[in-house]
Each structure stands twice: as C-alpha cells, then as structure tokens.
Write a protein that binds this ligand. Structure first.
Ligand SMILES: CC(C)(COP(=O)(O)OP(=O)(O)OC[C@H]1O[C@@H](n2cnc3c(N)ncnc32)[C@H](O)[C@@H]1OP(=O)(O)O)[C@@H](O)C(=O)NCCC(=O)NCCS
Length: 175
C-alpha cells in the first residue's frame, strides 16, 4: 500500500544536475511557503532561484567527496539529497571533515512514505564509506515538519542563525 513502488537510491555526479530542476522546484516552493520572507527578503521566483542554486550545485559537486543521491522509481525521480564535505569545529574535538547536506527534498505526492528516510540513510552510508563520521544540515526555522523529521532521526540542534537588517535609516531622513 504505497504510491511509491520500488524506490531505489542512485548516486550521481554533476552530469545529472539538469535533472535536479523539478526537485529543487518543490524544495523552493516548500521553503517559501514556510517562510514567504526572511526578515525583509522577498522570495525569488522559482526560475531565478534555480539558476542560482544550479551554480552552487556545480561548485559543490566539483569538490572531492561530494555527491548527489536520487530516489527513483522506474518512472521518475521522486527525491534527492545533495552533499559535500565541509570543515569541522575548531573549539571542539570534531573530525576535520563533516558531511554537509545542502539540500534534501521529496516530491509532495511521494512524501510520508519513507523516501526521505531512505535518502538520509543512504547519505549516511555514502559518507561512512568515505570515512566521514558525521553529517550536518541547516533548516529554515519555520520549516517545522522538516525539523521534526530530523529530530526524529536523532539529529541534534547545535546552532541558530540570526538575521537582521542593519542599514535602515529612519523614515524621511537623508542618509
Ligand atoms: C522533509 C522530507 C525530505 C522528508 O521526506 P519524506 O519522504 O516525507 O520522509 P519520510 O516519509 O521518510 O518520513 C516522514 C514521515 O513519514 C513517516 N513514514 C516513514 N516511513 C513511512 C512509511 N513507510 N509509511 C508511512 N509513513 C512513513 C515517518 O514517521 C515520518 O514522520 P515524522 O517526519 O513525523 O518523523 C520531505 O517531507 C520534503 O521533501 N519536504 C519538503 C522539502 C523540505 O522541507 N526539505 C528539507 C529542507 S531542509
């Protein structure tokens, strides 16, 4: 009883970046629905957001140890996770390399059926196979369902990002 039959996880490199566009699209849509604004930043249109994110994917996937995982049925890709290797913490006895999960998403009609769990489990397997012992990710504070998903996986919340506009001059005043 699942609408997501025979999902398999496939590791890929930069050659498959074009296939990420619709998957990034649902991630962007979910994120801007969770947070239509980040402080005074309005959401970018999907196309513009994709152009920018694609450049980041190209940069990350050119780095050693980076990878993208697709969750696929025989018909279509239903989810992805994109990972590169980041640096550890200086103030704690951390390993030098930590797996940074930059983006993770599952198509809306495939959510809640274990695909996200399969992807994160596979991310962990790939990282471990490369000698990396920890993974890390950032979540928009208002994306509460994703936060719940990561907490249920046993991930620890270790930092919080603050953002504030600092160049505002008071109304009518010439800077
Ligand atoms: C967050 C996200 C990736 C999780 O993927 P998913 O496929 O929905 O995740 P799962 O199905 O593995 O788990 C989701 C829930 O379904 C439940 N579930 C897991 N396997 C299941 C199964 N076989 N049948 C029914 N339910 C199941 C889990 O209990 C889980 O509940 P929880 O989140 O309350 O712990 C997905 O919801 C998503 O793409 N969200 C929008 C984009 C987003 O926010 N991405 C993260 C940005 S940081």
């Amino acid at each position: 009883v699942t609408d997501v039959p025979e999902v398999r996880i496939v590791r890929a490199g930069p050659e498959r970046i074009p296939d990420l566009e619709p998957l990034f699209g649902v991630l962007h849509e979910h994120q801007v629905r969770s947070a239509p604004r980040l402080t005074d930043f309005e959401a970018r249109a999907a196309d513009e957001a994709w152009q920018r994110r694609r450049s980041k994917y190209e940069k990350w996937l050119a780095e050693p140890g980076a990878f993208v995982l697709f969750a696929e049925t025989s018909m279509r890709a239903v989810g992805f996770a994109l990972v590169s290797i980041g640096t550890g913490y200086d103030g704690w006895y951390s390993p030098e390399r930590i797996g940074d999960v930059h983006d993770l998403a599952v198509l809306p009609d495939a959510r809640g059926r274990g695909v996200g769990t399969m992807l994160m489990d596979a991310v962990e397997d790939e990282l471990r196979a490369g000698g990396v012992s920890h993974c890390r990710l950032r979540v928009i504070a208002r994306n509460t369902d994703a936060i719940q998903f990561y907490e249920r996986r046993g991930m620890s919340r270790v930092s919080t990002i603050f953002l504030q506009r600092i160049d505002r001059t008071s109304e009518g005043e010439t800077p």
